[in-house]
Ligand binder design. Structure first.
Ligand code: CO8
Length: 258
């Protein structure tokens, strides 16, 4: 499918989705968020895709909700339309691993979109901020919850109440970002990470992702119980047998995704 606000591409088992509204620094309007949901559905359905990379431009990953589009909305509009809930969060429920490759501004909903991904790779120029309170609203796409769980209350309060932006390096130190790379190499790095994931067994990667994400949803004992069940289930796969057999035979595994 051809999109108006996105570019999509697949290589080496990795689906690449590029936000493409340069005139508005990739601000998230209704069209873009609906197209993004559709693109993720499509990547999830494609058997040759094992990981998904989401990126923007060098200048901006995304500058948040499209303020011009939502400026005149009323409570009744946002409540009845289920603003955000209706179309923004598809990437957070992707079962395949997701990587945000961020350069420039990741602001407001743009920062929240990056945080919906499993990992963030940041170019040195990346800036992460949740400045919604400066507009008279609060973060509403998971920012108050996801940021706080990752960086802790003090830094989350500082960012949300003062609008302070984190540099890429500060974001890495705070645990928001897994890698900081030179400007212009963030997509290549994320695609390499995705290709590495794609060389593994897709179901095993999905099980591992599910287990890690449960760390944010459950108590420790419940999380470890789930982890153990998921580990046991790997023993029902041919890929688990192949991985261990390949190790003992001193060769590379040939995973079949089953
Ligand atoms: N929405 C709409 N248009 C935008 C947005 C945006 N979020 N961000 C940038 N643009 C547009 C600008 O208006 C400008 O358009 P034009 O050329 O037609 O004037 C163009 O993109 C380029 O932007 P700038 O000239 O401002 O570029 P700069 O490099 O000078 O500045 C910034 C970049 C700092 C990112 C700046 O554009 C900015 O501050 N943008 C707004 C960032 C922001 O506050 N985002 C948070 C939005 S709120 C949110 O995401 C969650 C809301 C959830 C609750 C909603 C309840 C209803």
């Amino acid at each position: 499918m051809t999109y108006k606000t996105l570019l999509t591409h697949t290589q080496a088992g990795v689906g690449l989705i590029t936000l493409n509204r340069p005139e508005a620094l990739n601000a998230l309007n209704d069209k873009l968020t609906r197209e993004l949901s559709h693109a993720i559905d499509a990547m999830e359905a494609r058997a040759e895709v094992s990981a998904i990379v989401l990126t923007g431009s060098d200048r901006a990953f995304a500058a948040g909700a499209d303020i011009k589009e939502i400026r005149d909305k009323t409570f009744i509009n946002v409540y009845c339309e289920q603003f955000i809930t209706a179309s923004w969060e598809r990437i957070a429920s992707a079962r395949k691993p997701t990587i945000a490759a961020v350069s420039g501004h990741a602001v407001g909903g743009g920062c929240e979109l990056a945080m919906m991904c499993d990992m963030i790779v940041a170019a040195q120029s990346a800036r992460f901020a949740l400045p919604e309170t400066t507009l008279g609203v609060i973060p509403g796409a998971g920012g108050t919850q996801r940021l706080t769980r990752v960086v802790g209350k003090a830094l989350a309060m500082d960012m949300i109440l003062t609008g302070r932006a984190l540099s890429a390096e500060e974001a890495r130190e705070a645990g928001l970002v897994s890698r900081v790379v030179p400007d212009g190499t963030q997509v290549e790095t994320a695609l390499d990470m995705g290709a590495r994931i794609a060389r593994g067994s897709r179901p095993i990667m999905m099980l591992a992702k599910e287990a890690v994400n449960q760390a944010y949803e459950t108590h420790l004992a419940q999380g470890i119980h789930l982890e153990r069940r998921l580990l046991y289930s790997t023993f029902a796969t041919e890929d688990r047998k192949e991985g261990m057999t390949a190790f003992t035979e001193k060769r590379k595994p040939r995973f079949q995704n089953r």
